[in-house]
Design a protein around this ligand. Structure first.
Ligand SMILES: Cc1cc2nc3c(=O)[nH]c(=O)nc-3n(C[C@H](O)[C@H](O)[C@H](O)COP(=O)(O)OP(=O)(O)OC[C@H]3O[C@@H](n4cnc5c(N)ncnc54)[C@H](O)[C@@H]3O)c2cc1C
Length: 241
């Protein structure tokens, strides 16, 4: 069993230039509403215009956009929460078609390692009392699941059947595509203190990056603090009109 640590947690697949060009298109679209067509639309005018749209709650205009992000090392728990967001498109690693006994080359039922995302704030080697004088660490529990998966595959079970024993911690990969308005909604729900540590920590880092690239769209999200495990949370502040 291999614990996922120090891996890139997101990759923005939309080019930065392309993201910024979309701001100009949003201003063009928004000016249709007010019939205030301008000769010259620049990055500067677009940023100001978009901030005004958000301040006035006119967010439908920012739907003329797209941001595509890959999350290469997240758990099935993360992806399950992510796919609840209905106004997105997803492409996710399949537990039916991906054989966890293969690692690039071919099936290796003896040596394959299940890759898992574990809570970083807990010690996966700490021995947990199972009762009846037995103890086992969280890492050992995951190793057991790896053994069960291996046994089922060796007994001829297909990945789509053997997957039933895989834990929620199993590493997955997902590509998420949505417009800027939906990303703002996702950040609001998933970067708040009430959300789960994994999705909050991954999306919190993405939010910080997006604040850097497109501040006019995300600057109203402010760091609220860190929770008891050191994971950041963000609040969406209301703009004064
Ligand atoms: C802290 C937290 C705890 C959670 N706990 C649970 C839980 O215990 N159990 C559980 O099942 N889920 C849980 N969820 C998931 C939650 O219920 C939502 O499914 C998820 O957050 C998607 O959000 P959403 O429905 O607002 O928006 P999205 O699906 O992202 O859609 C965006 C917006 O579009 C609109 N919209 C989309 N579809 C419709 C529709 N059919 N009709 C009308 N308007 C629509 C809504 O305004 C919606 O807010 C939790 C989420 C969070 C953040």
């Amino acid at each position: 069993m291999q614990i996922i640590k120090n891996k890139p947690i997101f990759e923005i697949l939309s080019a930065e230039q392309e993201l910024k060009e979309q701001l100009l298109k949003i201003e063009r679209a928004g000016r249709t509403c007010y019939q205030s067509v301008k000769q010259e639309i620049t990055l500067e005018t677009a940023q100001k215009f978009i901030k005004m749209l958000i301040q006035h709650g006119h967010e439908s205009v920012i739907e003329h956009s797209s941001l595509i992000v890959k999350f290469p090392y997240v758990s099935r728990g993360f992806t399950h929460e992510m796919v609840r967001h209905r106004l997105c498109s997803f492409s996710q690693e399949s537990t039916r078609y991906v054989d966890y006994a293969k690692d690039g080359l071919g099936p290796d039922l003896e040596n394959f390692q299940l890759k898992c995302v574990v809570p970083p704030h807990l010690n996966e080697t700490e021995m947990i009392d199972l009762g009846e004088g037995r103890k086992m660490s969280f890492a050992q529990m995951l190793e057991q699941e790896e053994k069960f998966y291996r046994a089922l595959r060796k007994a001829g079970w297909l990945p789509q059947d053997a997957r039933q024993v895989l834990p929620i911690a199993t590493k997955s990969e997902i590509i998420v595509s949505a417009n800027f308005r939906q990303w703002r909604h996702i950040f609001e729900l998933r970067c708040g203190l009430a959300s789960h540590w994994e999705i909050r920590s991954v999306l919190g880092e993405l939010l910080l990056k997006m604040k850097e690239i497109l501040p006019c769209l995300f600057e109203d999200f402010v760091l609220g603090g860190v929770d008891e495990n050191g994971v950041k949370y963000f609040n969406k502040e209301k703009y004064d009109k």
